[in-house]
Design a protein around this ligand. Structure first.
Ligand code: AMP
Ligand code: MG
Length: 316
C-alpha cells in the first residue's frame, strides 16, 4: 500500500480523509497531544485495521474522539462530574471513561461496557469529525510499544506502507498523550493515565485519586486501564532513570563503559517522545534520564519514562 501524505492546508485534505474513513480505512491524523491513527469507532472492521496496523493487543481499548459533548452523550452515559470536566477542559487533553449507553459490543472498547471519550483541540480534526458524523477511534499512530509520534516523519517511520493516508499538521503541541480519568457519580476523579491536564487542576472539581499503576509496577489485581499493563513508549536503546544527580551518574557510567553510546536527558520535557526516537535514529545504546517528579505535568513524564525504562531506577 502506498501511504499518501497531505498537508493539513491542502485543498483536498479534509475531503480525502473523510472519504477514506467512510470507506472503513485508516487515516493518521494530527491532534494536540500526539498523532492518532483514526477509524470509524462504530465500524468494527475498520477498528480491526487499527489493532492490526499497530500490532496492538486486542484487550486494550481505544479513545473515541468527538466534536462536542452532545456527540459524546449519544453513546456515553456521563455523570454530572464528567460533564463539568468536559466543559472546563475541552477541547483539550482530557479523556473521560464513562459507561456505554448501548449494550452492543464494540471492538474499539475491547468489548468492555465502558467507553473513553475526548474532544481533541485540533482544528482540522474537529472539522473532520464533524464532516464524518461518527466518532473516530484514534490511538497513537505508532507500532505498539514504541514512543508515540509527535510529527508526520515519526508517523511514517512506523506506518509507511501500512495505511493509505496521513495528514501533516507539523509538531504536536502537547507532545504527551491525554490525561485519562473516570469521573464517578460519587464525585471522585480517578487518574488512570496522567497527561497535560494535571492532578492539581482536576482537584478543583472533586477528590482526585491517582491509580497506583501510574507510578508503580503492579501486575496483580484488576487493571482499570488495560493500556497500563503493557511495555510502552520504549525506544530500542535501554533506558535508565536516575533519582538524584543524573550528570554525576552519567559521568561514572561513561567512564566505566566507554564503548556504550550514551545519551543523557537531564531535564525531560514535553518533547520526550521525539527525543527517544531521535536517540534510536542516532544509534544510541543507553539513555540515562532524570526521574521526573510527581506533581503537575512531571507526573505524565514520570509515568511514560518509567514504562520506557521498564521501571529501572537508580538512586544517586
Ligand atoms: P491510546 O489509545 O494508546 O492513547 O491509549 C488509550 C488509553 O486509554 C489506554 O491506556 C487505555 O487502556 C485507556 N482506555 C481506553 N478505553 C478505556 C476504557 N473503556 N476503560 C479504561 N481505560 C480505557
Ligand atoms: Mg499509545
Amino acid at each position: 500500500m502506498i501511504t499518501k501524505r497531505l498537508r493539513r492546508q491542502s485543498l483536498d485534505a479534509l475531503f480525502l480523509a473523510e472519504k477514506v474513513l467512510r470507506d472503513g480505512q485508516l487515516v493518521a491524523v494530527p491532534t494536540e497531544t500526539v498523532y492518532g491513527l483514526a477509524a470509524n469507532a462504530f465500524n468494527n472492521q475498520a477498528v480491526a485495521r487499527i489493532f492490526d496496523a499497530k500490532n496492538r493487543p486486542a484487550d486494550n481499548p481505544l479513545i473515541f474522539h468527538v466534536k462536542d459533548v452532545a456527540q459524546a452523550a449519544e453513546f456515553a452515559d456521563m455523570t454530572p462530574l464528567a460533564e463539568r470536566l468536559f466543559e472546563r477542559f475541552s477541547p483539550g487533553p482530557l479523556t473521560i471513561v464513562s459507561d456505554l449507553k448501548s449494550r452492543d459490543k464494540l471492538l474499539a472498547c475491547a468489548d468492555l461496557d465502558t467507553v473513553a471519550v475526548r474532544i481533541p483541540n485540533n482544528k482540522f480534526l474537529l472539522e473532520l469529525i464533524a464532516n464524518c458524523g461518527f466518532p473516530l477511534a484514534a490511538p497513537s499512530a505508532n507500532i505498539s510499544g514504541k514512543p508515540s509520534p509527535t510529527n508526520c516523519h515519526d508517523v511514517l517511520e512506523d506506518m509507511d506502507g501500512r495505511i493509505p493516508l496521513v495528514i501533516d499538521d507539523g509538531e504536536s503541541k502537547t507532545g504527551v498523550e491525554s490525561t485519562v480519568v473516570t469521573a464517578g457519580w460519587n464525585g471522585e476523579i480517578v487518574i488512570l493515565r496522567p497527561g497535560a491536564v494535571t492532578p492539581e487542576q482536576l482537584a478543583e472539581y472533586g477528590r482526585v485519586i491517582i491509580d497506583p499503576r501510574v507510578t508503580e509496577e503492579l501486575d496483580d489485581g484488576e487493571v482499570r486501564s488495560p493500556g497500563m499493563k503493557y511495555r510502552h513508549y520504549a525506544p530500542k536503546a535501554k533506558v535508565l532513570l536516575v533519582d538524584g544527580d543524573t550528570e554525576a551518574y552519567a559521568a561514572t557510567f561513561a567512564s566505566a563503559f566507554p564503548n556504550v553510546k550514551l545519551y543523557v536527558i537531564t531535564k525531560p520535557e514535553k518533547n520526550i517522545f521525539a527525543e527517544l526516537r531521535d536517540a534510536d535514529r542516532n544509534g544510541v545504546d543507553q539513555i540515562i534520564a532524570t526521574l521526573p517528579g510527581v506533581t503537575g505535568f512531571d507526573l505524565a513524564l514520570r509515568n511514560r519514562l518509567l514504562r520506557a525504562a521498564e521501571f529501572n531506577v537508580v538512586k544517586n
